[in-house]
Design a protein around this ligand. Structure first.
Ligand code: ADP
Ligand code: ASP
Ligand code: MG
Length: 417
């Protein structure tokens, strides 16, 4: 069981969480619980680091930001004990959760589960702070923002859990963010691949890495709400969204739409290089230095060459890397041979995702038409086997998501009674 920041925000909410945990134990399960810091706490800690030292050392940043989860883990153990439930906390360094040494974005390599399993077998609830780990030379690490989801899936894999239930502030995965589109519909099942694509294009309900880990380790993940009535049945009745392999979809999902979900991401910026020489090696000169600087390029378009053997190249990078990208390219101006850099941070990437695309033609065409009908201009396009993404003006984000949600028949009232 994993509980996110909103679910852990304050002693009253932690008591609710403890009740949910206790009910699972009473239903006959051995339970390990992974917790996030209280909502807002990690942001607060990150700000302290910035104030202390603008160019902070990531290793010491980890020491500071990992503390939020230590507090909630201890508080949940205390609350369970107050209810007469045996509980013990296991911090990242105590298990330990072994990671690499990429501070602030560490990857889990291995989790020693023996001590936790023994404690659980003795009837104790194991409470584990998410987000934190330990390097080979015993320094604290954190897993990147939203990383408690990944901690939970990794713990579930390590202890061979029957299921990993991710409790959050919405009662499942929806066709799009239900806080933005009121007509979003809850999905009972979604495939690992679809969830992975949705997470990576902006659906922050699960950290992307947690989904790839679950897919690799075949962990059964359910997303559900911790804001449920005290008398509600335990999660075995599966009230949330189950993430499943594609072969588990058949039968009940005959009525599935060709699109499963829609996501928006405002964290990318567009860069255009004008009048780049249209010859072999030109794009390698652009993207080589960006790759070397660890800047992730997402969408790329190279326009048809102009008469003089020149072309414009358009691409997107994370907002946070825009200034570095511009500086790097200016430094390579001679080598690349472009005329001008034009950049635009006010763009959004809208993506539609669904395994149904494998068997349906026309998904992209329907998207372009629906956007065109509302006068929304498309600035760039990229596709994968189960995804189509377009880049648009940031101001049109919500409109585009709503229009597409309706166009693909996803609105809640469209569901047959
Ligand atoms: P937690 O603190 O529990 O980890 P998060 O804020 O990280 O919670 O994730 C839950 C939020 O994800 C929801 O409040 C919702 O606004 C957002 N979200 C984005 N896309 C979706 C989606 N497709 N389905 C459900 N929630 C979504
Ligand atoms: N507290 C961490 C964060 O806000 C990890 C998490 O909650 O998943 O990023
Ligand atoms: Mg989260």
């Amino acid at each position: 069981m994993k509980f996110g920041g909103t679910s852990m925000a304050g002693t009253e909410r932690i008591r609710r969480v403890a009740n949910i945990v206790r009910r699972q134990q009473a239903a006959g399960h051995e339970v390990a619980v992974v917790v996030s810091a209280m909502a807002g706490e990690t942001d607060r800690l990150v700000n302290f680091c910035r104030e202390a030292n603008a160019l902070y050392d990531p290793a010491e940043y980890d020491v500071v930001v990992a503390s939020g989860e230590q507090v909630t883990a201890g508080l949940l153990a205390l609350t369970l004990q107050a209810m007469g439930c045996k509980a013990r906390s296991w911090l990242g360094w105590q298990l330990p959760v072994r990671t690499d040494d990429a501070h602030a974005k560490a990857r889990i390599e291995q989790i020693d589960s023996a001590a936790v399993l023994a404690s659980m077998a003795a009837g104790e609830v194991a409470v584990i702070p998410g987000f934190q780990g330990l390097t080979p030379d015993r320094r604290l690490t954190t897993l990147g923002r939203g990383g408690s989801d990944t901690s939970a899936v990794a713990v579930a894999a390590a202890i061979h859990a029957d299921r990993c239930d991710i409790y959050t502030d919405v009662d499942g995965v929806y066709t799009t963010d239900p806080r933005i589109v009121a007509k979003a519909r809850k999905l009972h099942k979604i495939t690992y691949e679809e969830m992975l694509e949705l997470a990576s294009v902006g659906s922050k309900v699960l950290q992307t890495r947690s989904v790839s880990l679950a897919m690799k380790e075949r962990v059964r993940v359910q997303v559900l709400s911790s804001f449920i009535d005290d008398g509600a049945p335990p999660a075995d009745a599966l009230p949330g969204t189950l993430i499943v392999a594609e072969d588990e979809l058949e039968g009940a999902d005959m009525e599935r739409q060709m699109i499963t979900g829609i996501a928006a991401d405002k964290n990318e910026a567009k860069v255009i290089l004008t009048r780049v020489p249209d010859r072999p090696g030109a794009v390698a000169h652009i993207f080589g230095p960006l790759a070397a600087a660890n800047i992730n390029v997402d969408m790329i378009i190279q326009n048809v060459g102009r008469e003089r053997g020149e072309t414009d190249v358009t691409f997107t990078v994370p907002h946070a890397d825009l200034a570095r990208t511009q500086a790097l390219l200016e430094g390579q101006k001679e080598a690349i041979g472009f005329n001008r850099i034009i950049s635009d941070g006010k763009v959004a990437k809208i993506s539609v995702v669904g395994v149904g695309m494998r068997s349906h033609a026309g998904v992209a065409a329907a998207m372009f038409k629906a956007l065109a009908d509302r006068g929304i201009n498309i600035q760039a396009i990229s596709t994968s086997e189960i995804k189509v993404s377009v880049l648009i003006d940031e101001d049109e984000t919500e409109l585009a998501v709503r229009v597409l949600h309706t166009a693909y028949g996803l609105d809640a009232h469209d569901e047959a009674a």
